[in-house]
Write a protein that binds this ligand. Structure first.
Ligand SMILES: Cc1ncc(C[n+]2csc(CCOP(=O)(O)OP(=O)(O)O)c2C)c(N)n1
Ligand SMILES: [Mg+2]
Length: 332
């Protein structure tokens, strides 16, 4: 793994802060009804992404996740202005405004969505890894899912095939404690989600998902295993989301005190503490980064606001049409 240096910490600080503020902005414009439909935010879970990116080879590795999917593509190199425009439904968005919040996608940057069906991305992730094994690309797929998704049957079928074929994939459960309003304790007889790998003799284990160093180390080991042909790993990242499941969540299932407890181990604060303690930067240096982040978010908002709506015909170009269909012309 690339060494974790002063530069790594400063990058983690800036990236995670940008992701956090980008999503705070989305929450604000959602209330103004500029972003519509569902909106699931990642606030609190940033270390899981930051640590994984450090271990990845971004020239070829791939990622797939569920609907909490705005900042991952940004981390993989997609222009954040285009991600925000997608959320606004604008023609300059990553899917020309046709996908929206749950469907950010960039084949070019190796980000394969963006999936609203809980657990739907698990077999797809294994399929992507199968493709890489078959074509001998040497790439590894990171397949993310929530704690709710591990209760889907598709996880078990996929684990079996992925182990049987020793696919180059890392399955990552982001255990943020809840599936909508249902706590992990209420979903199953056991709460150590990582143990689900044991039934398939898949290497597995728990990881502190609030600390990017711990995430990077665990991800590196898993990705090395996948790259040398020894197959998948299942990691349970213990993390937390500060905001509700989506924007329409009254959060009756947890207390404010619980949220505050987790904020004490906030990933951005943890990274900032190391930076100051090791004198990688001063408070003044960090203020410069904070300002840069604020300006970048503003730039994204301006771009999305000023972008045009998609042309109407794009809507019809994106649906299946049979040439000899006799009834309706699906064109404008
Ligand atoms: C197959 C399916 N069942 C139910 C839903 C409704 N639903 C949307 S999100 C969600 C909870 C998933 O929670 P989790 O996997 O823990 O992810 P998190 O939201 O915590 O990131 C449910 C049940 C769905 N989208 N798809
Ligand atoms: Mg969850």
């Amino acid at each position: 793994m690339q060494k974790i240096t002063k530069e790594t910490y400063l990058k983690w600080y800036e990236d995670m802060l940008f992701w956090r503020k980008f999503e705070d902005k989305l929450a604000a414009v959602y209330i103004q009804q500029k972003v519509r439909g569902f909106l699931h935010l990642y606030n609190g879970q940033e270390a899981v992404l930051a640590g994984a990116l450090h271990a990845m080879d971004l020239s070829k590795d791939k990622m797939i996740t569920a609907y909490r999917n705005h900042v991952q593509p940004i981390g993989m190199g997609v222009d954040p202005k285009r991600v925000m425009a997608e959320l606004y439904g604008k023609g300059t968005g990553t899917s020309q405004g046709l996908g929206g919040s749950m469907h950010i996608f960039s084949k070019e940057k190796g980000f394969y969505g963006g999936h609203g069906i809980v657990g739907g991305q698990i077999p797809l992730g294994a399929g992507m890894a199968f493709g890489d094994k078959y074509h001998e690309t040497g790439a590894v797929t990171l397949c993310y899912m929530g704690d709710g998704a591990v209760r889907q049957g598709s996880l078990h079928e996929t684990f079996n095939m992925a182990m049987n074929w020793k696919l180059p994939v890392v399955f990552i459960c982001e255990n943020n404690g809840y599936a909508m309003g249902t706590s992990v304790e209420r979903t199953a007889n056991h709460t150590d989600i990582w143990k689900l790998g044991l039934g398939y003799e898949m290497p597995c284990g728990p990881v502190d998902g609030m600390n990017p160093v711990k995430v990077a180390e665990a991800m590196h080991e898993a990705m090395e295993r996948a790259r040398r042909g020894d197959g998948p790993t299942f990691l349970e990242m213990k993390t937390y989301r500060y905001r509700g499941h989506s924007m329409s969540d009254a959060q009756h299932y947890r207390t404010k005190e619980e949220v505050e407890e987790y904020k004490k181990i906030d990933p951005i604060t943890q990274v900032k503490d190391v930076i100051l303690e090791k004198k990688y930067a001063t408070e003044d240096d960090l203020a410069v980064i904070d300002k840069r982040v604020k300006d970048m978010v503003k730039e994204c908002e301006k771009f999305a606001e000023e972008s045009p709506w998609p042309e109407k015909n794009v809507m019809y170009d994106a649906v299946y049409e049979q040439e000899d269909y006799p009834f309706l012309q699906h064109k404008l």
